[in-house]
Design a protein around this ligand. Structure first.
Ligand SMILES: [Ca+2]
Ligand SMILES: [Ca+2]
Ligand SMILES: [Ca+2]
Ligand SMILES: [Ca+2]
Length: 297
């Protein structure tokens, strides 16, 4: 005699079903690494962030068809899906992503985002998790800071304008100034203004609403100065400028010079003794030339 067991009656043959609790769970950790591409040493659009993802089955059932998605615009997630991920198992090599940094990211000072891992449990239900930066138990965004180096440069060129009586330098002749403002940093600058402390000078133009990294503007800002008898007695306006000024040429009807803000003496120049000039990028360098004036300003 044999009998198949029953779960609750001597007269039946139902299988005994002991329900086991299923706790499907997945976790993802996302780590970003800045990759400096050309030009090296500066954070610029075109540099990249590479992301590594660690996906862990934190539940007690096998998960299948595990995928990683990331909503960051422009990011490309590679790898997967994972056919199967056993309880307790981690995978840190299948999924990777590359993101190319934009100017907006540098202006923001970093890139912050979160990925999502999705798997399927044995009941065909989805299991998901928002990524964390360092823990399977948390949901913090991954933040990759980007180095900001705000910097601006200004070059000022003056041109002598001979007004009546012509042929003679007299009070009432003018100097017109052109300003070239350059964003020499890696972040967008806004509200760019030019001021000049020369008594009697009038600076026109601006402010510039925005100046992108690398961009120059040589047309917005201009200035006019009317020469005085004192200027002529001094032999040139540069001696009156409270900013440092180098007469580049003073012959015929041309007076051309360049100026840079006080406190930015060229590297290697000592006050009132050295000479300097502009190099090909309009930076001031010490060279044989005109006397460097370290005027109060
Ligand atoms: Ca770079
Ligand atoms: Ca965290
Ligand atoms: Ca998480
Ligand atoms: Ca004149």
């Amino acid at each position: 005699m044999t009998d198949l067991s029953d779960d609750n009656s001597p007269l039946e043959n139902d299988p005994t079903d002991v329900p086991l609790t299923q706790t499907p769970s997945i976790a993802i950790v996302k780590v970003g690494t800045f990759v400096d591409l050309a030009p090296l040493g500066v954070t610029n659009p075109g540099d990249q962030i590479t992301y590594a993802f660690t996906v862990t089955n934190t539940g007690n059932v096998t998960l299948t068809n595990v995928t990683v998605t990331d909503p960051l615009p422009g990011i490309t997630v590679s790898g997967g899906p994972l056919a199967s991920l056993a309880p307790g198992a981690s995978n840190n090599s299948t999924f990777t992503a590359v993101y190319t940094i934009t100017q907006a990211d540098i202006n923001n000072g970093g890139v912050e985002n979160q990925a999502t891992a999705t798997g399927t449990d044995p009941n065909n239900d989805p299991v998901t998790d928002l990524s964390d930066d360092n823990s399977p138990l948390e949901n913090d965004p991954t933040d990759v800071p980007l180095t900001q180096t705000p910097s601006i440069a200004i070059v000022k060129v003056g041109t002598f304008v001979d007004l009546a009586p012509l042929g003679v330098t007299n009070p009432g002749d003018q100097i017109t100034y052109a300003f070239t403002v350059t964003n020499t940093g890696n972040v967008t600058l806004t509200n760019v203004t030019v001021t000049d402390p020369l008594p009697g000078i009038t600076v026109s133009g601006g402010p510039l609403a925005s100046l992108a990294p690398g961009a120059s503007n040589n047309s917005t800002f201009t200035a006019v100065y009317t020469i005085t008898q004192a200027d002529i007695n001094n032999g040139g306006v540069e001696t009156r400028l409270p900013l440092r000024y180098r007469p580049e040429q003073r012959s015929g009807d041309g007076l051309v010079g360049r100026q840079q803000p006080a406190g930015e003496r060229p590297d290697g120049c000592t006050a009132d003794a050295d000479t300097f000039d502009c190099d090909s990028e309009s930076r001031y360098v010490c060279r044989p030339g005109s006397a460097w004036r370290d005027e109060p300003g």
